[in-house]
Structure formats: C-alpha cells, structure tokens
Design a protein around this ligand. Sequence first.
Ligand SMILES: NC(=O)c1ccc[n+]([C@@H]2O[C@H](COP(=O)([O-])OP(=O)(O)OC[C@H]3O[C@@H](n4cnc5c(N)ncnc54)[C@H](O)[C@@H]3O)[C@@H](O)[C@H]2O)c1
Ligand SMILES: [Zn+2]
Ligand SMILES: [Zn+2]
Length: 345
Amino acid sequence: MTGTMKAAVLVKPGQFDVRDVPRPEPGRDEVLVRISRVGICGTDIHIFNGHYAAENLPMIPGHEFTGTIAELGEGVSGLTVGAPVVVDMNIGCGSCYWCRRNEILNCPEMQQMGITMDGAFAEYISVPARLVIPTPQNVPVEVLALTEPLACVVRCARKANISFGQSVVVLGAGPIGNLHVQLLRTIGAAPIIVADLSEDRVQLALEAGADVGVTNPSALEETVLRHTEGRGADVVIESVGLPALYQQAAQLIRKGGHIAAFGLTGAGETLPVDILQTILQENSIKGSVAGMGQDMHDALTLLTHGRIKTDRFTGASYALDHIQQAFDSITDRPGDLKTQIVLTH
Ligand SMILES: NC(=O)c1ccc[n+]([C@@H]2O[C@H](COP(=O)([O-])OP(=O)(O)OC[C@H]3O[C@@H](n4cnc5c(N)ncnc54)[C@H](O)[C@@H]3O)[C@@H](O)[C@H]2O)c1
Ligand SMILES: [Zn+2]
Ligand SMILES: [Zn+2]
C-alpha cells in the first residue's frame, strides 16, 4: 500500500495544517494502523501552545489512539488485518535494563509517538508490532481511546501500592484527576478526598466516586484530618503539577504516608524536604510517568469490563479537518473532560 494520507501537521505553536502527507509504509516488524479515534491530552495542549517538545515541530501530534490493523509489515505474525487495536505509545529498545523493567521512559533510545516522532492525528500510523494490543470487538472506539490516559493512572496506583481501605487525597480534579478517583473507587480506597479550585470539577469527581470534595485550599488540611481520624492520608496524589501543591501534600500525608508524584511541574522545579522528618516518619515520595506494558493491558481490561464511567470523556468530538477549532476552543468545554478527534466511523 503506498500513497498519501490526510494528517494534521502542527507547523508551529498554535497552528495546525491539515494536509496530504506520504502514508507511512510498515517496515519490518511493524504494523500499519488505520486510526479511528484520538483523544486530545493535556500534553498535546502543551505541545500546541509551544510549551513542550517545540523543538520537534513541524510534527503530527496525537498519542491516545485506537484503530484497526490495515497492513502487516514483513515478519509480523499473530496479528490480523482488520482487528481493532490500541497501541502503547512508548517505544523503548526492548532489550536494555530499563525496558526489561517496564521503565521505558528511562531507556536511552526511548521515543514517544506524537511527542518525539509523528503521532496519530492522521489517517494512518506505522508502529512496532510488539506495541499493538488487540481489543475486544464490542468496546466503542471512543472508550478504547481512553486506554492510554487510564494506563497512566493505573501505573500511578501501582507505583504507590494503593490498596483497599487506604485513605487517598487527589489534588486536582481535571480529566486525569477524575480517572484517579474512579480507579481508587474500583480498588476500594476509602475515603477518597478530592481537591480542586473549580466547583464544577469537584462536582464531577464526587459523581465519579469521591467521598469528599474540597474547593477551598485553606480548608483542605482540616478536612483531611477530620476524615482520617486525625492522622492524615495514607497517600496523596498530586495531579495538578504545582510545586506549592507538592509542598502541601507533605502536610496532608500521615506519618509514614506516601506522596505519588504525578502532576508535571516545570523543568528544574524543586521541593524543600524535611529530611530528618522523612527518615523518622518513614515518609516517601515516588514518581510515576506514562502508562506502558502491563499498565496498558490493565487499563484496557478495566474499560472492557465497564469499571470506568466514560460518558464525561466521550461527548466532544471533532473531525480531523476541524482539529484547529477543537484545540482553539478546548477551554470552552469544562463539562467535557476529553475532546476526541474522529478519523473513521
Ligand atoms: N505522570 C503522568 O504519567 C501523567 C500523565 C498524564 C498527565 N499528567 C499530569 O497530570 C496533571 C493533571 O492532568 P489533567 O489533564 O487532569 O490536567 P488539567 O490541567 O486539565 O487539570 C488540572 C486541574 O487542577 C486544578 N487546579 C489548578 N490549580 C489547583 C490548585 N491550586 N489546587 C487544586 N486544584 C488545582 C484545575 O482546576 C484543573 O481541574 C497535569 O500536570 C498533567 O501534565 C501526568
Ligand atoms: Zn496523554
Ligand atoms: Zn531500552
């Protein structure tokens, strides 16, 4: 199969050009995927605004995607043309120390589709066959396109060892904070306390399964103590990306508690840590980034079995031709937690 395809090229910050580009050919051990749905992620908005990966422009962004297999490259077996799939966007070398640990972002050769190389705001993408995950036939594409963001949240819960009966505070009730809340509910964490400055976002998080919502930052610490028998939370997940909130998280955990570092701060930002207190109380902080390997499989399983409410994530969709409008107007739709680009129906 050769020829051209339609793609949304981000030519410079703030400006997409939807145009015909060469259709990728699947190389050896690669699979050509015909894309059906792609979510717009906060990272895409950072790229669009020129705040992230700007050195890679012009580029086709998009990494939260689902589609069907269009063609198999040489050497690929075990996959079928026409099968619906999701794709792990993180490409490691597959054989280094970090790849074997499923810590692919530490691989010296790491690439990410739609961030360091062309991605999925296009009709087709060619990807390594080992990163392709076939999906059940009966899951709607708008739900499958949530696999990658949910995988990030799955990884965070795994890295933080969150279990049933643990008290968890989620700072930030954006799209990802909402998924954290839903996964925590599924795990059986209790109570789940969510904080956001936006009343609407807190309300959505309460509908999604949070037990307590806080919009007034100065009331947060007292609220957490009141709901944790005066101890503080077992775990605080920072899902905003502000150093000041990481500092507040340290006040919200119990002795021996854990901070899940998830919200992306600016590069080089630092956190003052009381080292002696950290040692004596056995407190901890651990990062979690992206969703890969087992995280993708687990996220797909949760979506397939209806464990995540997706209606707030699937309402806003735009054709590829209108991607500029989709990005320009994204902040006008606070009730929609996700905007998706529709490629095929
Ligand atoms: N580590 C990872 O793997 C990973 C993956 C995806 C996203 N992220 C990061 O997670 C964060 C959340 O993602 P998102 O898409 O939901 O972001 P978002 O920007 O859409 O939502 C952030 C929310 O935080 C709220 N907020 C802002 N300031 C606040 C404050 N002082 N206190 C409480 N709430 C506040 C906002 O009202 C908003 O609802 C971002 O930093 C994003 O970059 C990390
Ligand atoms: Zn994303
Ligand atoms: Zn590697």
